[in-house]
Write a protein that binds this ligand. Structure first.
Ligand code: GDP
Ligand code: MG
Length: 334
């Protein structure tokens, strides 16, 4: 079978639109095993060489924790089926929120390439994103796309194909989760590694993070695999939770989310995103629009423009018509 590419992204990021663009009529719809979540699959065929990729449209999610059925389905698919590459579609007009999911793929060590979608919408809102800069800071390919028109589709699929054809080990991204969580995280990671606790399926640090995030699915699996260690990890989490609640009035999962957003912000600040703060221009064009598109004044202005054109045509056309007559008169006699 052709290598598998999973399409992942937040709801409304353009996943289905891109999926249809890529697969055309070569698609079918089913369900993920055991659940009622819709599963769309299809085949992408590269025009110039017939290279094929099996494309799976994952459910739209904001995160990869086990807080919703969609998240569990998406995550299980990534872990069990191990797609050769994930295309993460991000909405360029909502970059900060959309990168939250991208960061989690990177933390899981999943090979991804990013489709920077809706760049047309971003542009209209005065947002400019430096795809190259983002790519170099995240260490993954980033391709600007407009899924609705198919723009960037070829380049995107070429970068996905390249990851498929030249697979390499992805080092999971390590984010600092602050002075309170980091030491506990390393301690848990060490215990997990030492006892090979679920590590044939997941990365040690990632499992520790899931315990800190109170991820029910992973904790359930851990409880089954090694109840002693699982209880010890839970106790470590309980301690740090207690401490965080007393000192900062927060919970580990909130702290972790905050730190992830902090990481994203620090990336975006390094010249990845520009807002057009040229207020005067924006405002003057808005002001002009307000008058021209006004319900009463608008049609009057249009009538005035048409009347002006009419007047201009009949008054001033005599001069160039005279020139033309002279020219053709000369041509005729010549
Ligand atoms: P999904 O929820 O991720 O599957 O998103 P959809 O593919 O259903 O897209 C959501 C909406 O965004 C639809 O109305 C699409 O037509 C629109 N859309 C998708 N990609 C683009 C894009 O690049 N530019 C613009 N302007 N609209 C887009
Ligand atoms: Mg969809």
């Amino acid at each position: 079978m052709a290598p598998t590419v999973a399409l992942a992204g937040n709801p409304n990021s353009g996943k289905t639109t891109l999926f249809n663009e890529l697969t055309g009529s070569r698609q079918h719809v089913g369900n993920y095993p055991g659940v009622t979540v819709e599963k769309k699959e299809g085949t992408y065929v590269r025009i110039h060489d017939g290279f094929r990729l099996h494309i799976v449209d994952l459910p739209g999610t904001y995160s990869l924790t086990a807080y919703s059925l969609e998240e569990v389905v998406a995550r299980d698919f990534l872990v069990d089926q191990k797609p050769e590459v994930v295309i993460n579609i991000v909405d360029a007009s909502n970059l900060e929120r959309n990168l939250y999911l991208a960061i989690q793929f990177l933390e899981m060590g999943i090979p991804i390439c990013i489709a920077l979608n809706m760049i047309d919408v971003a542009k209209k809102r005065g947002i400019k994103v430096d795809a190259q800069k983002l790519s170099s800071l995240l260490g993954v390919p980033v391709t600007p796309t407009v899924a609705r028109s198919g723009r960037g589709k070829m380049e995107l699929m070429d970068s996905a194909a390249q990851i498929v054809q030249e697979p390499h080990q992805v080092t999971p991204l390590k984010i600092s989760y602050g002075a309170d969580i980091d030491p506990v995280l390393s301690e848990m990671e060490k215990e997990i590694t030492d006892s090979d606790f679920l590590t044939d399926t997941y990365q040690a640090r990632w499992i520790a993070l899931k315990y800190l995030e109170s991820d029910e699915q992973i904790i359930r699996k851990g409880q089954k695999a090694n109840p002693d260690l699982s209880n010890r990890l839970k106790e470590m989490v309980r301690k740090v939770s207690h401490h965080l609640l007393n000192t900062l009035d927060t919970y580990p999962e909130a702290m972790i989310a905050d730190q992830r957003y902090g990481y994203i912000k620090s990336i975006l600040k390094q010249g990845v995103i520009y807002h057009k703060y040229d207020r005067n221009r924006l405002y003057s064009s808005d002001r002009i629009d307000k008058v021209l598109t006004n319900r009463f004044v608008g049609p009057l202005i249009m009538l005035a423009v048409i009347a002006g054109l009419y007047h201009f045509t009949f008054t001033y056309s005599k001069v160039p018509v005279g020139w033309l007559e002279l020219f053709f008169g000369w041509l005729g006699s010549a």
